[in-house]
Design a protein around this ligand. Sequence first.
Ligand code: FAD
Length: 452
Amino acid sequence: MSEITRDVVIIGAGAAGTTAANELRKAGLSVAVLEARDRVGGRLWTDVIDGAMLEIGGQWVSPDQDALIDTVAELGLETYSRYREGDSVYVGPDGTASRFTGEMFPVSAETERVIAEITERLDAMVAEIDPDRPWAHENAAEWDSISWDAWLRSQTDDDEAVRNLAFATGSAMLTKPTHSFSLLQSLLMAASAGSYSHLVDADFILDKRVVGGLQQVPLLLAERLGDDVFLNQPVRTLEWSTTGVTATAEGITVRARHAILALAPVLYNRISFVPALPRLQHQMHQHISMGFVIKVHAVYDRPFWREQGLSGTAFSPYELSHEAYDNTNHGDERGTLVGFVSDRTADDLFRLSAEERKERILESLSHYYGPEAKNPVVYYESDWGSEEWTRGAYAASFDLGGLHRYGADLRTPVGPIHFACSDLAGAGYQHVDGAIRMGRFAAQNIIEETRA
Ligand code: FAD
């Protein structure tokens, strides 16, 4: 067991941890980053599976994500746009697939009117919310005590409208059943992207990808840290006092003045804190849980849907794969589709054999793109639920009532222990942009404390 001393020990080498470490270094502080896995990047992971380069975790960049956009540019990475020429597909309640363009699904005129009206109402509510302080809104307590589903159903009896409105923050973002999180949590999700309309606009929210994969962001940031990143080092114990911390991992002990926990909040309890964290943190952390979604990658010898004038963009709240997109890599002749299966549907699928699961998912994709979708040359399911050091996807959120009750305390340091993760962010919440913002925030707090 080796022992080293640094100004700051950072636990977790995802986007948040590697950002924080670089910011601290720039301010002249010494760092050690301890990472449980044998790789850098956390929920950003690019791998080659059966000859196909796949982004197993996060990949898209949207135009509001300044922190991520600046980092991508500063690291000299190139971006490219998601393919979006042609018609999108919507599968309605009777299983019929229809083509459409723009953001409004091809629903009846009355359902369209209801969707537009509630979207306007939601945009007005979101505009009043500060994503960094949603609990500060005068209606926060009320909005946090009603589920997203119950609120939508209180606005209209139109089931198709409710399902289409619900899934933007439900299956597609928080990846939890819509009865299990609050209206306020849903408004935060929308506010973190600028508006509810932004969330439902795939051309906005899923705008660009990074050539070679988004994992390069933490990889290049870690490269700058050289020998100060230690892999295969799950931190088991964090001793702390007013004067500093001692982090003990598998093969290394780091003594430092400050620690940053740069990991998903659902994993804090994997670390033994000595002394234990205060009562508030014990309670608060139990009200945060991970969503769950399977990201499905299907690679074909060519992007056959483009020949039919389809963009690859597809949605249906009635389908197993509630959304799917053209995810062809930059410069690749082959065509890739990416589909998503969320929350309870994902639970049900994992009760099946791998073969049955694949068959059911490809069947669902074929409802959007036709029978050719059933025969990919490469097929892969990103299953973050079984990853010990993540435990779900995309990220963590509060249960009903938790955001208003605890949100204001989430990022508050405990003695020398600071917190940074996309799951604690306001702007960029649950996204790499938020991870970078939180990494900068924790680093800045430590830099200011050091200078005081
Ligand atoms: P993490 O990436 O989770 O990093 C935490 C690190 O801490 C991990 O490396 C973990 O191994 C390590 N760790 C945990 N416990 C310990 C311990 N005890 N000791 C040492 N190390 C520990 N975001 C987007 O912006 N665009 C997208 O398109 C997008 N799509 C996504 C698709 C999927 C399938 C997933 C899973 C996520 C997606 N996201 C997307 C979300 C985005 O990837 C995350 O929000 C972001 O990467 C989180 O970064 P982080 O540094 O906060 O946390």
